[in-house]
Write a protein that binds this ligand. Structure first.
Ligand SMILES: [Zn+2]
Length: 393
């Protein structure tokens, strides 16, 4: 049940990309933000909470809800869908309690994420707002085929998109290159052809649906950019020509730094197939240099972590923002913008991502000053979605 709630914050970051406000207050009524600004006292009889920093609930633009950070992803491939759905429900709840109130899911097995999205929307299970691709579209034997619909040729790519829209997808995920977690494919190699990507993207855009492409190698990144993709996921081996295409087209880059870094951090823990560690180790040498170049050149970065991949937990999204600050040199306020207002605008999430009167009361409170130290996002003091408290208080 939503209640009236007053929050006093030492620091308020409104998600618009502007400066932080000191000594602020916010009032929630009927699930929405009724008032926000410089400190004002709570109305008579209204419960008041205090926090260090108050910001919009975070948006993670790249997750896989049916994966939990298992060391060996093949567990998911062999699992019955019912087991995957229950595991996904658990991950959705963890996501929400960590302060991530909206996600874009970029592929699960057999459209499990569509069922999760709908169960969350009906209020049957707790979770973030979910936009989902349902599954991925890849070439025959291409990266992600165990959770994918294999397609070959432009007309079949169109048909795949039509099938996905019929099955309830909100967005489309295409595979333009090989990747780390699928055996026998190389991240640097191009996969779906430019003509296949263009046909799929045209079909999705016709329905008003946006498209994301997994793309690590430069040739595949440029195929997807030229084909009119809306966001490139990973982009780790991008080159100067790709940077120019990003800028000309205004395409967003979702760098998912944690997807590789978590594999490197846990390389010696055991449990991961050796090909996963080998491929990630090769990528990490150039990854930060390349993404930093793109960032400095003015490519628009939207935050997303690829949560669910090995050791990359749904409640550890703060790590992605820490890497954006530490490795890309992004100011903490921009990292927060890239995971709130900027992301919500890109994904057309509607009334979330900003702390403004009239917006849904999706709030994250943390200890300390997140505008100066991004690590503050690890110390959650309160989370609301639509004004309902899910953590703290
Ligand atoms: Zn992914």
């Amino acid at each position: 049940m939503s209640e009236r709630l007053h929050v006093r914050a030492d620091i308020l970051i409104d998600g618009s990309g502007g400066p932080a406000l000191r000594d602020a207050a916010l009032l929630v009524e009927d699930g929405a933000i009724a008032r926000v600004g410089p400190y004002f006292p709570p109305p008579e009889g209204v419960r008041s909470l205090a926090t260090g920093t108050l910001l919009p609930g975070l948006v993670n633009a790249h997750v896989h809800l049916d994966m939990a950070g298992e060391s060996d992803t093949w567990v998911i491939v062999n699992r019955k869908d019912a087991a995957g759905a229950l595991a996904g429900a658990h991950q959705a709840a963890k996501t929400l309690r960590s302060g991530v109130t909206s996600v874009r899911d970029l592929g699960t097995k057999n459209f499990i994420s569509v069922a999760l999205r709908d169960a969350i929307a009906r209020g049957e299970i707790p979770g973030p707002r979910v936009l989902t691709a349902g599954m991925v579209i890849c070439m025959t034997g291409g990266h992600g085929w165990p959770i994918g619909r294999e397609t070959d040729g432009p007309w079949d790519a169109r048909k795949a998109v039509r099938e996905f829209l019929k099955a309830g997808a909100d967005c489309i995920k295409l595979m333009a290159t090989g990747g780390v977690l699928t055996p026998g494919v190389q991240p640097g190699n191009a996969q779906l052809e430019e003509a296949e990507l263009a046909a799929a993207i045209d079909e999705a855009h016709k329905a008003g649906v946006h498209c994301a492409s997994h793309a690590i190698g430069a040739a595949g990144i440029k195929n997807a950019l030229r084909a009119g993709i809306d966001s490139i996921e990973h982009g780790h081996l991008l080159d100067a020509e790709a940077i120019e295409l990003f800028k000309q087209r205004g395409t967003r880059l979702v760098p998912t730094l944690t997807a590789v870094q978590c594999i490197i951090d846990h390389a010696d823990d055991g449990g991961m197939p050796s090909f996963v560690v080998e491929k990630a180790s090769r990528l990490v040498t150039d990854l930060y240099d390349n993404i930093r170049k793109a960032y400095r050149a003015g490519v628009t970065i939207v935050a997303g972590s690829d949560a669910g991949t090995p050791f990359n937990y749904h409640d550890n999204y703060a790590y992605e923002l820490e890497l954006m600050v530490r490795e890309l040199g992004m100011p903490p306020l921009e990292a927060i913008h890239a995971s709130t207002g900027r992301s919500a605008d890109f994904l057309h999430l509607g009334d979330v991502g900003r702390l403004e009167a009239g917006q849904a009361a999706d709030l994250l409170g943390v200890r300390g000053d997140a505008s100066r130290d991004i690590r503050a996002l690890r110390e959650v003091t309160l989370v609301t979605r639509g004004g309902t408290l899910y953590a703290g208080g």
